[in-house]
Design a protein around this ligand. Structure first.
Ligand code: CU
Ligand code: CU
Length: 286
């Protein structure tokens, strides 16, 4: 049993140990295996393949297991390290200590968006991007996307998503107009609603946080730890609700075999959402 803390409360020593464990996973090549795994399971609903990770009900349990595996890898380097969470409703500016020199480093520079500060700046020699779709060996960010500004989600927006007692709804994809899962994952129909909550955080950071290989930016883990915590909050707010779909969809359903119901094992771990609903024996949030 370990504790995941709000990143703003980490001591200097805790930050240094986390950074060192991240750099060691990177050095050994294990970090990039996680990036590639995420890329493999970033299946959109325009494709016919099963969707375990995104645009689907198992968004929460899949990422819970993904983070747990990553956290275990970090702990194999330093048993005292856990994944902190980034509450972007509170730490919502580039001035946050999250982006300081001693932690994740700051924004990308103008032009090529290259991150020039902190332990993950290419110039420091420890963070070369290997697993990505286009070229470029350096970490990139573009906070707030100044050319077409985007802001981080607010407490009110998150509260609205949390107030929905329905977990997810037919058609169980990026177009579901009801349900906590899609509201918080953040696929919208269009206009200003196009990117909400979880998705808008990826947009706000920009650079490599966009798209299938977003774990190339270490802030990915802190963002998804907060998503994991929000799933907890939703469960506590709606004790009589639960994961949906509860049963395997019928063969006649267009999403048959493309989404994972409560007891259907998810790749690559062969673990069903039902086994991931409760993390209280593994870790807690503080
Ligand atoms: Cu993901
Ligand atoms: Cu994400």
């Amino acid at each position: 049993m370990h504790t995941r803390k709000n990143q703003r409360n980490l001591t200097r020593t805790e930050k240094r140990r986390l950074v060192n464990a991240l750099l060691e996973l990177k050095r050994s090549g294990r970090y990039d295996e996680f990036v590639r795994m995420h890329g493999r399971y970033y299946v959109t609903d325009a494709e016919d393949d099963p969707r375990a990770a995104h645009m689907a009900p198992s968004f929460f349990p899949w990422h819970r297991r993904f983070l747990l595996e990553f956290e275990r890898a970090l702990q194999s380097v330093d048993s005292g390290v856990t994944v902190p969470y980034w509450d972007w409703t509170t730490d919502n500016t580039p001035a946050s200590s999250l982006w300081a020199e001693d932690f994740l480093g700051g924004n990308g520079r103008a032009g090529d968006r290259q991150v020039m500060t902190g332990p993950f700046a290419y110039g420091k020699g420890n963070w070369r991007i290997n697993a990505r779709i286009s070229d470029g060996k350096f970490l990139t960010r573009n906070f707030g996307r100044p050319s077409d500004p985007v802001s981080l989600p607010t407490k009110a927006e998150v509260a609205k998503a949390l107030s929905d007692p329905l977990y997810d709804a037919d058609p169980w994809d990026s177009t579901a107009s009801r349900g906590f899962r899609n509201t918080i994952e953040g696929w919208g129909a269009g206009g200003s609603d196009r990117w909400r909550n979880h998705n808008r955080v990826h947009r706000w950071v920009g650079g490599l946080m966009l798209g299938a290989t977003s774990p190339n930016d270490p802030v990915f883990w802190l963002h998804h730890a907060f998503m994991d915590l929000l799933w907890d909050r939703w469960q506590k707010a709606h004790p009589r609700s639960g994961y949906l779909p509860r049963r395997r969809l019928p063969e006649s359903h267009p999403q048959y075999r493309r989404v994972f119901s409560l007891d259907e094992p998810m790749p690559p771990w062969n673990v069903a959402p039902a086994a991931l609903l409760d993390h209280s024996r593994l870790y807690r949030y503080e």
